[in-house]
Design a protein around this ligand. Structure first.
Ligand SMILES: CC(C)(COP(=O)(O)OP(=O)(O)OC[C@H]1O[C@@H](n2cnc3c(N)ncnc32)[C@H](O)[C@@H]1OP(=O)(O)O)[C@@H](O)C(=O)NCCC(=O)NCCS
Length: 184
């Protein structure tokens, strides 16, 4: 799976955003099998699907030098999920683009961890990476995720709403919102 040496790590007061390790695979599979965590996705993931996602994340780091970082919370847990950047593989009115995303184990929710990590990732995107824009997207009804987008200062325009091309039209999860951030 190409466990490259850790290159860019991002640290905040409570979090370490780092490259993935083999021991992250089992807790990530447990997270992806949790119906609460996956409420706003079409389905939970099997162990094989979860491992394949980590392979794609590793390849993304190799190809682009950034990706979805594994989240470590010292004193709490060695693996809490991911926060980071990804280039979506589908086509829509706002692609090509770089997306910021997050997925944390439910035990860690509601303590500001996602917002703290996401702010640091945006600083990395607009600082060292010099990206002109970062977007974030989620199902319209995913209010927890939208609150994170709002807390970190991303802007929402209803005219950017779109139907996700990989979700069945008419499904409750199909309609998506798009938030945008640009360098200050
Ligand atoms: C989205 C997610 C990463 C948020 O993580 P988190 O660490 O709990 O987020 P934070 O604590 O930084 O912020 C949560 C915010 O949402 C608010 N919130 C919590 N539950 C909420 C709910 N049911 N409805 C609306 N807002 C809610 C919190 O109050 C907080 O906002 P506030 O402090 O301004 O009031 C986490 O819930 C998660 O992993 N969800 C499953 C995966 C997912 O949906 N990922 C996004 C897909 S695009």
């Amino acid at each position: 799976m190409g466990w490259a040496a850790p290159d860019v790590e991002i640290t905040t007061s409570r979090l370490i955003l780092r490259r993935w390790r083999p021991e992250d695979l089992a807790p990530f599979a447990a997270l992806n099998a949790d119906p609460l965590v996956m409420e706003f996705f079409p389905k939970t993931l099997s162990r094989e699907e979860s491992d394949a996602m980590v392979s794609r994340i590793q390849q993304h780091f190799t190809d682009h030098g950034f990706g979805l970082w594994a989240v470590e919370i010292p004193g709490v847990t060695p693996f809490a999920g991911f926060i980071g950047l990804a280039i979506p593989r589908f086509t829509a009115h706002f692609t090509p683009c770089v997306e910021i995303g997050w997925r944390l184990t439910a035990e860690c929710w509601g303590q500001g961890f996602a917002s703290e990590g996401a702010r640091a990732v945006l600083s990395h995107a607009f600082g060292p990476l010099r990206l002109p824009e970062v977007v974030s997207m989620t199902a319209t009804c995913n209010l927890r995720s939208r609150r994170v987008m709002e807390r970190i200062g991303m802007r929402y325009d209803p005219q950017d709403d779109f139907d996700h091309p990989s979700i069945t039209p008419g499904d409750l999860l199909c309609r998506h919102v798009l938030y945008r951030a640009t360098p200050i």
